[in-house]
Write a protein that binds this ligand. Structure first.
Ligand SMILES: [Zn+2]
Length: 295
């Protein structure tokens, strides 16, 4: 956070833009096996060809002059005469310079991000991060809560990956939390509502992408909370709707199974998206929330 603020002070580039960029890089690196996990405070990893310049015969160049001659991004941020791709200050200077070459306002920042990744999804994820950071004025947005109020009656078991009958051969991509009709369903995380509507499997459902680029999926809802809409920023505990039994047919179908919340989690690594088991996380959030209520 300090690092980002320092950049803002010297360049007028809002701190949450760099923080959002950095946060996206961190989530992608953590979700991919072919990239090293982030180790320093900064997670942005600039590819060597971007750093040295595409046409640069030396793809490990650290000379600021030749890098700039070949239009590479590499910069000498700590003024030691070298543009070192592994140095945090040099990386930060490079990414800041890159963004500033497009402009510090929202539209130009978006263009800069698109040119960097050539991927619409990266732009939307980074903009969501930036909006969340700006709104809460902090990068510490890791808090989670259990999707149902802890005081309500519910039961759940680990059922991720078991076979599902309806709609052909498919496996269960989530945890079913059984509760009565109308029990409130809340956002588990800080994030942005990416999806809301009907699906023949999930019924009325909502999808939220959190700050770590994890996608949280809430299905079979009875209905939605007032004012909940796509693009809305949410926080742990934001009311989304209530438990129901919608799904397994055309819009409005309900009652084909006992009411429950289907809760799914998906990870994205910049290339593909996959489901993972939410059960251990649900247990953890439930435990942590209980503990924080006792304090
Ligand atoms: Zn389910």
């Amino acid at each position: 956070m300090e690092l980002y603020k320092r950049v803002e002070a010297s360049t007028q580039l809002p701190w949450y833009y760099i923080a959002a960029f950095d946060q996206y890089e961190r989530s992608v690196r953590l979700a991919r096996n072919d990239l090293p996990d982030p180790s320093g405070t900064l997670s942005i990893m600039i590819p060597p060809d971007k750093w040295s310049g595409l046409a640069n015969p030396n793809q490990h160049d650290s000379n600021p002059l030749s890098i700039s001659f070949f239009e590479g991004m590499g910069m000498d941020g700590d003024q030691d005469g070298k543009a070192d791709i592994t140095n945090e200050y040099d990386q930060l200077a490079a990414i800041t310079q890159y963004i500033m070459s497009y402009g510090a306002d929202t539209d130009n920042f978006k263009i800069g991000v698109w040119e960097y990744y050539n991927r619409d999804r990266a732009v939307s994820i980074i903009m969501s991060n930036a909006n969340l950071f700006r709104k809460h004025q902090t990068i510490d947005l890791q808090k989670k809560v259990f999707p149902l109020p802890l005081g309500s009656h519910y039961t759940y078991n680990s059922t991720w990956g078991v076979a599902r009958g309806w709609g052909g051969r498919r496996t269960h991509e989530g945890t079913d939390i059984f509760a009565g009709y109308g029990v409130p369903v809340r956002s588990t995380c800080y994030g942005i509502i990416e999806l809301k509507g009907w699906n023949k499997f999930g019924g009325w459902r909502i999808g939220i992408r959190d700050i770590n680029n994890t996608y949280h999926y809430f299905a079979h809802l009875n209905g939605f909370a007032k004012d909940v809409k796509v693009g809305q920023l949410v926080e742990p505990g934001t009311l989304l709707g209530s438990v129901g039994s919608s799904g397994y047919g055309p819009p409005g179908t309900a009652g084909k199974f006992p009411p429950h919340l289907h809760y799914g989690m998906y990870k994205e690594n910049g290339r593909t998206e996959w489901s993972f088991d939410p059960y251990p996380y649900l247990r953890l959030w439930e435990r942590n929330e209980r503990a924080s209520m006792r304090r």
